[in-house]
Design a binder for this molecule. Structure first.
Ligand code: ADP
Ligand code: MG
Length: 472
């Protein structure tokens, strides 16, 4: 193992390896300003210019950093970040002090100064109201068709928006599968709250956007403004909170905002693709907050609701579609509302482009093609056969007991791709593709990830197979 004094050399070697594997822009931005300051007990201490670096480096380069450090220091290598904090509020002799990221990142509760708080939604040069609620008028309650699948949440959301102050659902936590109306309902609550209480500040934000704003704010030393901006909101709607999974610092920031708003009696609305109890990668303290209010699920709509949704849409758009056509679409497109709407749009497009009447004949043709190629679903069997084709192996080769190198390698790649492109469990992937157990699949995925970091040809092969699968 390396001696303590080697730290500069160790980091230089790591940097060489990193530079070979990423673009020079990324390298210059993220690794150029780093500096090794010590090496103790196989832990390399790395100085970075701001507290935003550790999160970004971990999120985007964790595997690469791990491989580089292991190569140089050995299997027990670890990395600790030390951020230089240039805090203008501190006394001059504290400026530039090195602190550990956990200390530097804790959000301050200082009140803002006299100056305007920066608004992360404002695009320079474009004049907007101080807080634009980011709401789409199309996503109103009027356009949100009621059915047994959404009745409870629709009523709760409407009551909350209209009678804020009298009801106690905070937070309101809406969950459900993709395309079932979470965003629409969350936006409808925002629109209604703004209509009922025009003076209240309502804001809709998607979790991914919140995360980007947060990272930018930390990079630009605007973190306090970011926090204070969000703490002024009366009704804060956060869409797709599952996107926070594994993003510790972002969760910490949201946790502070959440607590502040909750204590002040403001309204919080969240949506997610999972119930709080099934969300992974989210801190327990946040999950327990989510469970304080009302949680409800949006279910798949039944046939009658599907027909009503189609009818509502055609009326709203002023298009005449025979009832039997609507029923045929609703009977056959059952997964979610987004697909159902997509089918209607595509039917209308085909009628316009082909100059054909919208009738049963056209609907039958369209549904048949849609059902025949069920929205390009990538199955495990398809992955298996595509990988075999690509490497010119006989069909079914991956299920062989063979330890031949090319078969083993292809099998690993198939496992990795299945993890990336499907929702199947490790166990399922293992048994369907290669008659292996879940731990073999997990290990294979790590092997493939590691090798892609260093072997460009291999990475290209994996990318090509994924492309074939996605465009087939
Ligand atoms: P999610 O956020 O759950 O993925 P969306 O809210 O984006 O789903 O909904 C997908 C599409 O379905 C949107 O165009 C939305 O307007 C429509 N939609 C969802 N639920 C309803 C409903 N109850 N009535 C009418 N349209 C709906
Ligand atoms: Mg959505």
């Amino acid at each position: 193992m390396s001696e303590q004094g080697d730290y500069k050399k160790v980091w230089q070697n790591c940097l060489k390896f990193i530079a070979d594997n990423i673009t020079s822009d990324s390298y210059n931005t993220w690794f150029g300003p780093t500096k090794a300051v010590a090496l103790r007990d196989d832990t390399l201490y790395l100085e970075v210019p701001s507290p935003a670096y550790p999160e970004f480096l971990d999120e985007h380069f964790a595997d690469l950093l791990r491989s580089a450090l292991r190569k140089e220091i050995g299997p027990t290598a670890k990395l600790e970040y030390m951020a230089i904090v240039d805090n203008s509020a501190s006394t001059p002799d504290q400026r530039g002090a090195i602190v550990l990221p956990s200390q530097s990142a804790s959000p301050s509760t200082q009140t803002p100064t006299e100056r305007e708080i920066k608004n992360p939604f404002i695009i320079p040069g474009i004049r907007t109201p101080r807080v634009d609620p980011q709401l789409n008028p199309e996503y109103s309650f009027g356009n949100f068709v009621e059915g047994p699948c959404n009745r409870l949440l629709r009523a709760a959301g409407e009551a909350l928006a209209k009678e804020r102050g009298k009801c106690t659902y905070s937070p309101l936590f809406i969950f459900g599968g993709s395309g079932l109306g979470k965003t629409h309902l969350a936006q409808a609550i925002g629109l209604e709250a703004k209509r009922s209480f025009p003076n209240k500040t309502v804001l809709y934000v998607n979790a991914a956007r919140f995360q980007t704003q947060f990272v930018d704010a930390r990079l630009n030393n605007d973190f306090n403004d970011f926090l204070h901006f969000y703490q002024t909101i009366d009704v804060l709607i956060l869409d797709d909170v599952q996107e926070f999974s594994g993003k510790e610092k972002t969760q910490e920031a949201y946790f502070h905002i959440f607590n502040h708003l909750q204590q002040e009696g403001r309204q919080l609305v969240l949506t997610s693709d999972q119930a709080p109890s099934n969300l992974s990668g989210i801190q327990e303290r946040l999950l327990s907050r989510f469970k304080w209010g009302l949680q409800g699920e949006l279910h798949t709509p039944d046939l009658a609701t599907r027909i009503s949704i189609l009818r509502h849409k055609t009326r709203k758009d002023g298009i005449v579609v025979p009832e039997e056509v609507l029923v045929h679409l609703a009977e056959n497109i059952t997964n979610n509302i987004r697909e159902l709407e997509g089918a209607l749009v595509s039917l209308i497009a085909q009628s316009t482009l082909g100059n054909r009447e919208i009738n049963m004949e056209l609907a039958l043709e369209m549904v048949e093609t849609m059902v025949k190629s069920p929205s390009k679903e990538i199955t495990l069997e398809l992955i298996s056969s595509t990988v075999c084709d690509y490497f010119r192996l006989p069909e079914g080769a991956l299920r062989d007991n063979s330890r031949k190198h090319e078969i083993a390698q292809a099998r690993q790649i198939a496992f990795y791709i299945a993890r990336e492109l499907t929702e199947h469990s490790l166990a399922n992937i293992g048994s369907v593709i290669g008659l292996r157990d879940h731990s073999t699949v997990n290990h294979s995925c790590n092997v493939v990830k590691d090798r892609m970091l260093t072997d460009r040809g291999y990475k290209k092969d994996v990318a090509s197979i994924m492309k074939i699968l996605q465009t087939e």
